[in-house]
Design a protein around this ligand. Structure first.
Ligand code: ADP
Ligand code: MG
Length: 549
């Protein structure tokens, strides 16, 4: 038996680890399970390079909660550790075995999770005592048991262990007994370990029998070891993308589009992003994207990490370049994270451009749902705005779609004012403003439909961008001021008749809000004979006041 003291100034480190290492205690299970995954993956690497010749056998990782003993145990059949390795990798806090292994096996070990050598000690956030029972894969290795009670003292003994691999036995402290409950453990494993690349088993599958849940014979497998985003896009069908979407969000409607991210230079990034279908009266649900690092869940609160507009999307982003064990503020300032965010922006626009170019009809069909995302992107991200300007569609009141360029070509000749501005007319409600739309159309003008949630903001944005464009609401005092191609239709009433009628219609109008009578026109059967309008200026004032009470 050996007794000894754990490396450097661990006496001071322990309390820090316990309290502050992770703001979230839950994370210990992720760390311990991902070490088991690492150990298993290392074993596979060694087998693939011929360093291990025998059969690897069962490689599943098992998580067990023992309420009587008060222990939570994670067992693997990975490479295990020799006594020397325990002394080196466990006793020296912050000495990461993973880092060293990576250095040695640079090319084939890209999927090792650990980086900082602090993960294991997170077990002490919830445990009074932690035991490691481990046997190395190395020929003739002596199994050892390491025991530590959360102070720098530890013991290390030789023991008997039949199988290769490691058990991490956590004796939970009195405050953390919830981690012995099936529900809690299931919840954590499902959150952090759902897509880890080695099978993880927790108890048996349950079935409903005689009014309660009972165990079946079947293992309860937590994870999908080959989630869609880790596979090649060419191996996946539309159904696979849909299936994965529903794996992530069981209650959601089918999404509009997906984008498969797959980058290996200048950094590693995989993932699938979905444009969710949101119904008209939607509440913006942000932060549905899950961030992974080598299939280990990092966070689902991606604000500040991905561009603002992406927080509206759904899906998964996985990058080993996203550090696992650090705080949000660090993540937000991390250079890799910035690069990643920039890259995703480009990729999202590229994919949409492809869909737009190759299947414009499909794109137009989905545009009404897609529009809000693109607008949000354009409004909040200049880079995105620059890139997305060719795939933005304007929709007119006839339900036709135009790019900005196409629309300019359509209206330029006809819709200009005396200052040579291009005038885009728009309606915010096709039903309510029907007669105005008809009137404008009768004069040969086109009218855009701007009835979306962000349209008011978006119009302001467009006006700032294009100083030679004017966006004017069709029911304001504008149509008269345009210089029409053809002569406007004449009223059926004579000048004198019109003048006689004017006071009749003008006098009941409220004085303070810019309403006034424009004309008596004849535009056909179903058009209004009298048009009352309100000045564009007054309308905007009112609208702004309503927006910023
Ligand atoms: P990291 O995973 O970042 O290297 P950890 O503190 O999580 O740091 O683990 C420290 C080291 O302990 C690992 O690098 C590994 O060498 C060793 N280790 C931890 N758990 C296991 C395990 N289940 N099997 C084999 N080695 C392990
Ligand atoms: Mg680790």
């Amino acid at each position: 038996m050996t007794t000894g003291k754990i490396g450097v100034s661990t006496k001071d480190l322990f309390p820090i680890i316990k309290k502050f290492l992770y703001s979230d205690h839950d994370i210990f299970l992720r760390e311990i399970v991902s070490n088991a995954v690492d150990a298993t993956q290392k074993l596979k690497v060694l087998a693939s390079t011929g360093e291990i010749k025998e059969e690897l056998g069962d490689l599943k990782i098992r998580v067990k909660a023992d309420k009587e003993a008060g222990t939570l145990t994670v067992s693997d059949h990975g490479i295990g550790m020799t006594r020397e390795e325990v002394e080196k990798y466990i006793n020296q806090i912050a000495f990461s075995g993973a880092e060293e292994f990576l250095e040695k096996h640079k090319d084939d070990a890209a999927t090792i999770i650990g980086h900082f050598g602090l993960g294991f000690y997170s077990a002490f956030m919830v445990s009074d005592k932690v035991e490691i029972v481990t046997k190395s894969y190395k020929e003739g290795a002596q199994a050892v048991k390491w025991t530590c009670s959360g102070d720098p003292e530890y013991t290390l003994d030789d023991i008997e262990k039949a199988e290769r691999g490691t058990d991490i036995i956590m004796h939970l402290n009195a405050d953390e007994k919830e981690f012995l409950e099936d529900n809690k453990v299931n919840e954590l494993l499902n959150k952090y370990c759902k897509f880890l690349p080695v099978e993880i088993i927790f108890g048996k599958k349950k079935e409903w029998k005689d009014g309660k849940y009972v165990d079946t014979e079947e293992d309860n497998v937590i994870n999908d070891i080959n989630p869609a985003w880790t596979r090649k896009p060419s191996d996946l069908k539309e159904e696979d993308y849909l299936k994965f979407y529903h794996q992530l969000y069981p209650m959601a409607e089918d999404p509009l589009f997906h984008i498969h991210l797959n980058v290996d230079y200048p950094f590693n990034l995989t993932g699938i992003l979905y444009f969710p279908k949101i119904n008209n009266k939607f509440e913006i649900q942000k932060n549905k994207i899950q961030l992974y690092s080598n299939q280990v869940y990092v966070t689902d609160s991606v604000e500040g990490i991905v561009p603002e507009y992406l927080t509206l999307l759904h899906g998964v982003i996985d990058s080993p370049d996203i550090p696992l064990n650090v705080s949000r503020s660090y993540l937000q300032s991390d250079r890799n994270v910035k690069k990643i965010s920039n890259h995703i922006t480009k990729k999202v626009v590229d994919s949409l451009s492809d869909i737009f170019k190759n299947t414009r009809e499909e794109y137009e069909k989905k545009w009404d749902d897609l529009k809000i995302f693109i607008q949000y992107g354009i409004l909040t991200d200049e880079k995105f705005a620059e890139r997305a300007k060719d795939i933005y569609l304007l929709k007119n009141t006839d339900g036709k779609y135009f790019t900005f360029e196409e629309y300019d070509n359509l209206i330029q000749a006809n819709q200009t004012d005396k200052d040579k501005n291009i005038v885009c007319l728009y309606a915010t409600d096709a039903t309510e403003q029907y007669s105005y739309i008809e009137k404008a159309k009768a004069k040969g003008y086109d009218v855009l439909l701007m009835d979306g949630q962000l349209d008011t903001h978006f119009i302001n944005h467009l006006e700032q961008k294009n100083s030679d464009h004017k966006y004017l609401r069709v029911d304001a005092d504008v149509v008269e001021k345009l210089i029409p191609k053809e002569e406007a239709r004449q009223s059926d009433l004579s000048e004198e008749e019109q003048n006689n009628l004017r006071p009749v219609f003008s006098s009941p109008l409220p004085k303070d809000n810019g309403m006034f009578l424009v004309s008596f026109e004849a535009l056909g059967e179903d058009s209004d004979p009298v048009v009352v309008t309100r000045s564009e200026f007054m309308r905007r004032m009112k609208e702004m006041a309503a927006l910023n009470p």
